[in-house]
Design a protein around this ligand. Structure first.
Ligand code: NAD
Ligand code: UDP
Length: 317
């Protein structure tokens, strides 16, 4: 395929930095734009020496002009700890960021992919969640800045498509984990592994019966790239691993894989924490010929290795 000039917003974050590396590996020119709110230079330091890679420190809430052929819009804190720290800024990033990115896509007449989320389904009453489910979302709770911000961004993407003919793709990403997650990210896989490696108590919120389905990062990135390549006219597409398990079981697996002496302690379940979550990925299977391949055990082993090195380098404090 022809070498493309690709903009990745949020490119210094967990998913963004993995995506930048893959796009570069395919011979593209990558413009990584990030305000370093939750992303780090450490994530992209191996890419900085490549002449086809360019880092631009910029906030998506300010308009931008760049000559590119494709855009992946990933800029937004994704961990509840981080997106709830400054909820107004989170909502602004989702909504004003989407407006600015869509204006750029319209002006350059290029395809644009939005990193949306399973959170658009809220605390779902339909299980597993397929793309035609409209969700069950609290508009005024502590998670709303993220959930409603992402829902409004989806609305903007569809309205720019209908009103201005912008070529859009929407990935509804379910819980993803792997190398380049920030050690202080606060999401469950990062927390459990860091705690287990240090033999500190594993913080299980609630009784741990709430379920999630965890996708390894390499699978997710392959899905995003397939959606960009083949996703014209598809609408929203779920990307995630449908292997669902209670969070308590995740804690037990992490303890076993790290040979940890950590006890499990219970902490209060956060407000509006979804009881269950599992993607229906039939649409992605059929239209993108995509399916996740990495098992939870294999993915956790890679992630444990990564966090072990982060602890040794003292990047976890
Ligand atoms: P992350 O926090 O590691 O990365 C987000 C990146 O966006 C960071 O580098 C951050 O500095 C940057 N950013 C935040 N606000 C910005 C702004 N205003 N301007 C420019 N850059 C900004 O999170 P992630 O897990 O890599 O998530 C990436 C995207 O994928 C997010 O949009 C997130 O909502 C979505 N997503 C991720 C998951 C997941 O499980 N990882 C699940 C659903 C959706
Ligand atoms: N969780 C937990 N302990 C932690 C962090 C999270 O038990 O230290 C739980 C959290 O309550 C939720 C699930 O793990 O039920 C996934 O949380 P995460 O913050 O990773 O993402 P979410 O899916 O809630 O956006």
């Amino acid at each position: 395929m022809k070498r493309q000039r690709i903009l990745v917003t949020g490119g210094a974050g967990f998913l963004g930095s993995n995506l930048c590396r893959e796009l570069l590996g395919q011979g593209n020119e990558v413009h990584c734009l990030d305000n370093l709110a939750t992303g780090t230079m450490h994530n992209i330091s191996p890419l900085l020496g490549d002449p086809a890679f360019q880092f631009v420190e910029h906030d998506v809430t300010t308009p931008m002009v760049l000559d590119v052929d494709r855009i992946y819009n990933l800029a937004c804190p994704a961990s509840p700890r981080h997106y709830q720290a400054d909820p107004i800024r989170t909502l602004k990033t989702s909504v004003v960021g989407a407006l600015n990115i869509l204006d750029l896509a319209a002006q350059k007449n290029v395809p644009v992919l939005q990193a949306s989320t399973s959170e658009v389904y809220g605390d779902p009453e339909v299980h597993p969640q397929s793309e035609d489910y409209w969700g069950h979302v609290n508009p005024i709770g502590p998670r709303s800045c993220y959930d409603e911000g992402k829902r409004a961004a989806e609305t903007l993407f569809f309205d720019y498509h209908r009103q201005r003919g912008v070529d859009i793709r929407i990935a509804r990403i379910f819980n993803t984990y792997g190398p380049h997650m920030h050690p202080n990210d606060g999401r469950v896989v990062a927390n459990f592994i860091i705690q287990a490696l240090q033999n500190k108590p594993i913080t299980l919120y609630g009784d741990g019966s709430q379920t999630r389905s965890f996708c390894y990062v390499d699978d997710l990135i392959a899905g995003l790239m397939a959606l960009m390549d083949k996703g014209a006219g598809l609408g929203a597409v779920n990307l995630g691993n449908p292997a669902e398990l209670p969070v308590r079981e995740l804690a037990e697996i992490v303890i076993e894989l790290t040979n940890s002496r950590s006890p499990i302690i219970h902490m209060p379940l956060p407000i509006d924490d979804p009881r269950q979550r599992c993607p229906d990925i039939e649409k992605a299977r059929k239209t993108l010929n995509w399916t996740p391949r990495v098992t939870l055990e294999e993915g956790l082993r890679h992630t444990i290795q990564y966090f072990d090195a982060a602890i040794s380098a003292k990047r976890h404090v």
